[in-house]
Design a protein around this ligand. Structure first.
Ligand code: AMP
Length: 362
């Protein structure tokens, strides 16, 4: 079968990672008549509840990876920290979508910023920090405060520190690893938004409207759509997201996080080569949601329509906030519980989409 032939219904989608994103991808795949095979080292993965096939094995286990690859038609992932060797090994056996280059770019903040800068996409001023002397020089250059970050494995605000002076910076240098680090100018943004964009196997691009994101304790709390930004800022964010997926020759859904500065200037903070928490609102009010869109893209199907049908606020249920289900649900709300066995502080347990406008009567 040519790689451009759409996969038929009944095909099997292999998914690396068994968290809530894998779970929601598997549910979407099932609605399209596809089967899933989820690969995750953690026996207690929430996605295992909703997939007909699973493998519990390490990401370095080549025998298990080969058997997994043999049982599926295409492979995707729900997290960007798939080890490079795992991605290479699997892509030698079956189509890996999005491709290994999307992982390489997004796993490393310096590679990501270099890629964005080469493609003339605006990012916060930054510098690679290899030692304390460089840190001192760059802090002088960028100015305080600044944000010192690890280049790899940072998420939900982990692996970064705001530094106000060299004393702070030296302390943060000791605490953060692995090295090298990246120092970024502190951006006094007005708000944070994200665009979830998809690119099909045929190169077609479809983006959802920007969501406005609010974090609490470094974890996404709400995504509100529409975002409180000008139409031309929204259009520019969508344009930039399209430029990124095209430059990456990307297949699948990708999340782009932006800082919005006074006057509407945009800087890209981060890209994620996967479905994204700030796109969960699409489940309730978009014609095609991000999970279906991702499955369509990687299966070589035509992309769906990302049009939004109503205003919405997505709220993450973190830790024991999950107890809002079922008692605290409003009427115009769509809950999604991830079925995680253990409620832990700071753990994403589910979300609720609250629909805030209704269709007007004629
Ligand atoms: P990150 O892990 O890079 O996505 O950063 C997590 C959060 O930290 C962002 O969503 C921002 O709220 C904040 N942040 C990160 N980098 C900067 C920066 N250069 N200036 C100001 N705030 C930042």
């Amino acid at each position: 079968m040519s790689s451009h032939t759409p996969l038929p219904m009944g095909s099997t989608i292999g998914i690396l990672g068994g968290g809530q994103l894998g779970r929601m991808l598997a549910l979407a795949a099932a609605r399209l008549g596809m089967k899933t095979h989820i690969y995750c080292p953690d026996e207690a993965s929430p996605a295992f509840d909703v997939t007909p096939n699973k493998t519990v094995a390490a990401y370095a286990d080549e025998a298990a990876l080969a058997a997994f690859a043999a049982s599926v038609d295409v492979i995707t992932y729900e997290f960007e920290n798939v080890p490079a060797h795992t991605a290479e090994f699997l892509s030698s056996l079956k189509p890996l979508r999005p491709g290994a280059n999307a992982l390489a770019v997004s796993q490393d903040r310096l590679a990501e910023k270099a890629f964005l800068s080469i493609n003339r996409i605006p990012v916060a001023p930054f510098a690679a920090i290899t030692d304390l002397d460089r840190l001192e020089a760059e802090l002088e250059e960028l100015g305080a405060p600044a944000v010192l970050k690890t280049t790899r494995l940072g998420y939900d605000g982990k692996g970064q520190k705001i530094v106000h002076n060299m004393e702070d910076a030296a302390l943060a240098w000791e605490l953060l690893s692995p090295k090298p680090l990246v120092l970024e100018a502190f951006i006094a943004f007005e708000r944070e938004i994200s665009v979830i964009v998809a690119r099909g196997l045929d190169g077609a691009v479809a983006a959802f409207e920007p969501a406005e994101n609010v974090h609490r304790n470094h974890i996404l709390k709400t995504s509100t759509v529409p975002a409180d930004i000008k139409g031309k800022t929204a259009a520019r964010a969508i344009e930039i997201a399209g430029e990124i997926v095209t430059a990456l020759d990307y297949v699948g859904v990708l999340g782009v996080e932006f800082f919005v500065l006074e006057g509407g200037k945009l800087l890209v903070n981060e890209i994620a080569p996967r479905v994204h928490n700030s796109g969960h609102w699409t489940e309730a009010v978009a014609i095609t949601d991000q999970f279906e869109q991702h499955i369509r893209a990687i299966a070589g199907w035509p992309l769906g329509d990302p049009t939004r049908l109503a205003d919405v606020v997505m709220e993450n249920l973190i830790g024991d906030e999950i107890d809002a289900i079922p008692g605290g649900l409003g009427v115009a709300s769509r809950p999604h519980a991830y079925g995680k066995a253990e409620t832990r502080k700071g753990r994403k347990m589910g979300h609720i989409n609250r629909i805030t406008t209704k269709k007007r009567a004629k």
